[in-house]
Design a protein around this ligand. Sequence first.
Ligand code: MOS
Length: 734
Amino acid sequence: MTATQPDLGTWVGKGIDRVEGPHKVTGTAPYASDVTLPGMLHAVVVTSTIAAGSIVKIDSSALLTLPGVRAVFTHENFPRLNTPTQVLFGEAPVVPMQDARIAFHGQEVALVVADTPQEATEAARLLEITYAAEPPLLDPAGQRRETLPSSPDTSRGDTDAGWAAADVRVGATYRTPENTNNPLGLMGCVAVWDGDHLEIHDSTQGTIALRTILAGMFGVPESGVRVRVPYLGGGFGAGLNQWPYKILAAGAARELGVPVKLMLTRPQMFRLVGHRPNSEHQVRLGAARDGGLTMIEHRATSLSSMDFPAVGLLTSGTPHLYDCANVATVERTVRLNRRYPTSMRAPGEAEGNWAVETAMDELAHELGMDPLDLRLRNLATERDPATGKPWSSNAVIECCRVGAELFGWSRRDPRPASTREGDLLIGQGMAACGFFAYMPMSQARVTIYADGTAAVRSAATDIGTGTYTIITQVAADLLGLHPQQVDFQLGDSDMPASAHSGGSGLASSLSNAVIDAVSHLRGELLALAGPDSPLHGLAPDDVVCRDGALCRRDDPSAREPIADLLAGSGLVELAADGRLRPPEGAARDMVHAAAYGARFVEVAIDPMIGRLRVRRVVTVTDGGRILNKKLARSQILGATVGGIGQALFEDTLTDPGTGRVANGTFGDYLVAVNADVPDVEVAFVGEPDRYTPSGTKGIGEIGLVGVAAAIGNAVFHATGRRARDLPITVDQLM
Ligand code: MOS
């Protein structure tokens, strides 16, 4: 049986402040945009103004006479690079400016390098490009479309039989729009070469992935590429791919022999670093009169670009949440002349949950059953219904029950359009959700010093979610130190390789790597204990680190000061490496459950003007062991704001004639702001997860999932009108 790590609990769980907070609020935390190097030039990307076709002519000679302009790169003179074969996170990098072909409106076609950003920007504006345009493929229902499978089809039982056997059936089509990842920090980089050695300061969510890709593209050893990301201003998934901008900057820096800085503008963030693609879902549900599901069918389609794989994951949660014998999922992606899609917070699963949890609400209404009772009747809590294997943990029922209690769900009048306050229509809705496990490999090195302090090093990134702090807490507990005695250094690809900050997997992956490293470190320290030591002959799990000493776990009076152990061997420090280990014991036969949740929402709608206000949110999450309750709450709060934006505002529009982004600025692209967000009540339930020693499950993305469906279901309860297309806008409410 895998025991969860017993040494966590002194600092782990506490809501301590962010350890890097003072650096951030005093402006001393270095972001890529802050990096300035001697002799550094500034690069600006020029993007295409057609969506399909090719470049006939770019005359950059006139630009080279402008003040400050040092170079203009196009497909004609940008270096030919290798196409890396390695695909990370399922998304292959694109090598930019290798030929004249144009595959989407806004594609990188030139790079202007100048002494200042202003000079580069002005010159970029003046560059004249002649295109041979072709009719772009922009209609997802058009004749010439190419479709690809984007998640494996799944099937269990017989959905036709389940449909025939049902007493009550619902079926509808649900749509979600394109959403753009808009981290506060504009993405960008500074690249500098020293011979065949490249150093790049960037905004990536994955230092090692970027190292691998740059080494492959430029044909240099991975050991010679160093990626530095001590801080980045958010990501939401836009930092998971290694976008062309950084390849352009690295290429220009190599050609020119000087450091090159390239910062994207906000409008370029809408074009060059991905987005959550549009999706469409056909969902059919059948149930017996008692509410037991007899079938679930989920067919989904998303959009992609010509050269990029699909993001997928639209249907990946569907087979697992509900205990139903007959389930089928099918998912396709349509290639169009559109910008690259990418992961965006709970990619795919957030959209799939919107469709299925809205359909569940429709089913509850048709059954005359409380939507909460329909969930409780069907949620799969013991075993994964797709594999029949036990979950490593699953408190989704508790999420629903605790949320209903906090919200006061039992006082809800189930009849739609039944609750009024003056002229306002009041509605209450809920949704259940899961965000399934993803835990890529991480490694970490733990070093203990003679002065009693320790350092943890890993090439991980902290996208603002709290990695610095939670890993400091984990290490403090394992080493018996105060967090101030632990220095966690990250964001440098020269440190032990780490997973990216993605798929909500890093907290689990890295905390388990640190647990493994400290176990090895205890072994190393034990090896220093002489034959007369009270610790002689013990195994790493028989001892713990407490108050600067290595102690017997079952008798802490048997101890050796760590400083004495080091000094006795002439050491001033001792380091050990660790990595995420496969599950052991009973956990091997379990399905690693990630997080679950239940969302409860109240809306108030003024039907005269179609104004919708989210008035209350109760959000309950099963995240396994919570490493820092303050930061965990912040994660869920932020994700709830994102969910409100997804439900009501966010909608990146593409002009159907030209393929151009029609609203790619914060003036035109609406996000939820303070006035749109009510007080949000955040609660956590559940136990430490059994799959890994840290007992953690990812909570970076689950907070968004379910919010949109709960809001849409509240809108139905308020008005009796069913919203099936996001965002839910005024015209749907009047
Ligand atoms: Mo998240 S979409 O894995 O940054």
